[in-house]
Design a protein around this ligand. Sequence first.
Ligand SMILES: O=c1ccn([C@@H]2O[C@H](COP(=O)(O)OP(=O)(O)O[C@H]3O[C@H](CO)[C@@H](O)[C@H](O)[C@H]3O)[C@@H](O)[C@H]2O)c(=O)[nH]1
Ligand SMILES: [Mn+2]
Length: 737
Amino acid sequence: MEAYDKRKHSVGGTTLHTCHPCRRAVPYRIYGVIHTCGILALMYHHVNSLLTADTTLITSLLLFSDVILAFMWATSASLRFNPVHRSEYPEMYAAKPKQDFPKLDVFICTANPYKEPPMMVVNTALSAMAYDYPSDKISVYVSDDGGSSLTLFALMEAAKFSKRWLPYCKNNNFQDRSPEVYFSSKSHTWNDEADNLKMMYEDMKSRVEHVVDSGKVETEYITCDQFRGVFDLWTQKFTRQEHPTIIQVLQNSETDVDDSGKYIMPNLIYVSREKSKVSPHHFKAGALNTLLRVSGVMTNSPVILTLDCDMYSNDPTTPVRALCYLNLTDPKIKSGLGFVQFPQKFQGVRENDIYACEYKRLFDINMIGFDGLMGPNHVGTGCFFNRRVFYGPPSNMISAQIDELNPNRIADKSIEAKDVLELAHNVAGCSYEYNTNWGSKMGFRYGSLVEDYYTGYMLHCEGWRSVFCSPKRAAFCGDVPKSLIDVVSQQKRWAIGLLEVSISRYSPLTFGIKSMGILMGIGYCQYAFWAFWSIPLIVYGVLPQLALLYGVSVFPKSSDPWFWLYIFLFFGAYAQDLLDFVLEGGTYGGWWNDQRMWMIRGFTSFFFGSIEFTLKTLNLSTHGFNLTSKANGDDEQGKRYEKEIFDFGPPSSMFLPLTAAAIVNLFAFVWGTYGFFIWGERLVLELMLASFAAVNCLPIYEAMMLRNDAGKLPKRASLSAGILTFALIVSGYFFLK
Ligand SMILES: O=c1ccn([C@@H]2O[C@H](COP(=O)(O)OP(=O)(O)O[C@H]3O[C@H](CO)[C@@H](O)[C@H](O)[C@H]3O)[C@@H](O)[C@H]2O)c(=O)[nH]1
Ligand SMILES: [Mn+2]
């Protein structure tokens, strides 16, 4: 598998981007061979003790855990095989005549005005409308799965504000084009115009927030007469689960100009697809497919940018940067490049990032690894697509049922033409997809709660390639959850969604390897089998500790040569993880917290995700897409996050196994340290493991015993954990003694 373009790519003599393999690849490959030998030796050791010793249950558990650990290590090794970095030269592309720029459709998804404040959607929309890009070529489509008049109202206000905001951005040429960010940054210029605009912005914000607080759009708040009628669609019968399609053109580039009459304004279109309780709506994937069709009918731009409503654009040159790769007039690219993925970056993450929500491995480290193979996986937002990818493999296009949805068609009618709007309503209807390829062979794929991962994966399997674009200045910035319960709930959803892919006939382990080759296939397995981490984490988090409490050894003692194999594998794997992290710009503190969150996930997200997935498979329960809250928590919670104190938030059973394991480790550590003087070197590995876990658990002990704020672990939770601990220790007696 060859990296997409080894070094340089030129179009008509200008270099638009370059690609540099990372130097660490060679030492990594050499180490990979050594580590593999170590793993094989360990497997031999296990099998050997399985045949000779009488501790079958314990050895099998350890063997099973080590097989999973070894497999996961192999998946990371495939992504360390050929990491690459890229640079692109947007100024070269920008020098082209403007009429050569392709049209761009921007999709923004939102689903709930209370969890995703409409002002956030407004800022994201404005930041994309203000791109350094010909305005008449940009169309911003907002999909509102909440079907909320509040969101529509906010966007209506945004359209009005944009007529002042866009010219201001272009005349002053600054980078922060989300007004919220611009006006709250200290570096912006103060002059009359800025003051005026700021007042206008604050005024809009307070109106929108008032409307959101009151829960309805009062008529006196509607200032644009032309849009008065649309709010009548919110009748008594209208609910978020059951309502007709609403498509409202809020700004039209053919007719709308800014207040001075000098600048053309981009299109801004509000779309709330039809919903009905009897048709599945497939969450975000369904929303995106609706946007694909609605935009296909209206503008049909060849390039599509997808954004979550919290991901505002942080750099106005981003589209041009993406086009340095996605140059659709270049036949070489036309044939194979499906999408250009930017990393997710987040605002307000503290330096040591206690919840590891920067997801460095997910958004940086693994991305460059994939990029040296067929390209990065899709992460749901900040991604520029070639519209064609949604219509089957590169060499074999699937035609849409109607000609208007053909990806190569030039849309030349007005977006407000009667027949265009009629058709747009039609394709947004909830029965439109019945008996079609949408969701299976066309568009975003259905069937997984991580539609982004699944869709990107299926595109790679079809033979599309992708490129990772990670400029120094973050292209997009979004929100991360800032309390532990929000973090683990979000990752539980991901764990379930990933299991839906791994335990299906499209599993990367079988279908993936067959379609994309071994390296890409097992690279994708790292995520697909994410929830499987919980097995080794739970076994290693509890079993040796219980053994320690009963003075039984499960690992080789320190005079045994096998002892050193354990030491080598543990430190080797950890050191490599640390190196990955630091080489991609992470801090040591950040890494420490990242590995702690990995352990926490094992006892929370992965564990509960597997249970929920199993229940769902057995038809005993259903699960939906629980939105990650993006509304700011209360002040106290914010302060705890600032001070890097773990916030366990409202009581949740998700923390029960975690807390119990923390207690077991504390007991094992105390008892083991005491026993060290009695048993000597016999239980050194067990004691090392328990100490390591106990150090990682410090914030949990603190939350249980030392704290008094609202984010601590409540007494009742600690008590239940205590009971569970007792049960664990008692049951340990039966299989250890
Ligand atoms: O029925 C739904 C549910 C969600 N969304 C939108 O999907 C986006 C992502 O939802 P969020 O709650 O922010 O999920 P996260 O876990 O933070 O998002 C990550 O994981 C998702 C898959 O689980 C991906 O879709 C996202 O792009 C990725 O950032 C948001 O813009 C939502 O408005 C919808 O449009 N319709
Ligand atoms: Mn999100």
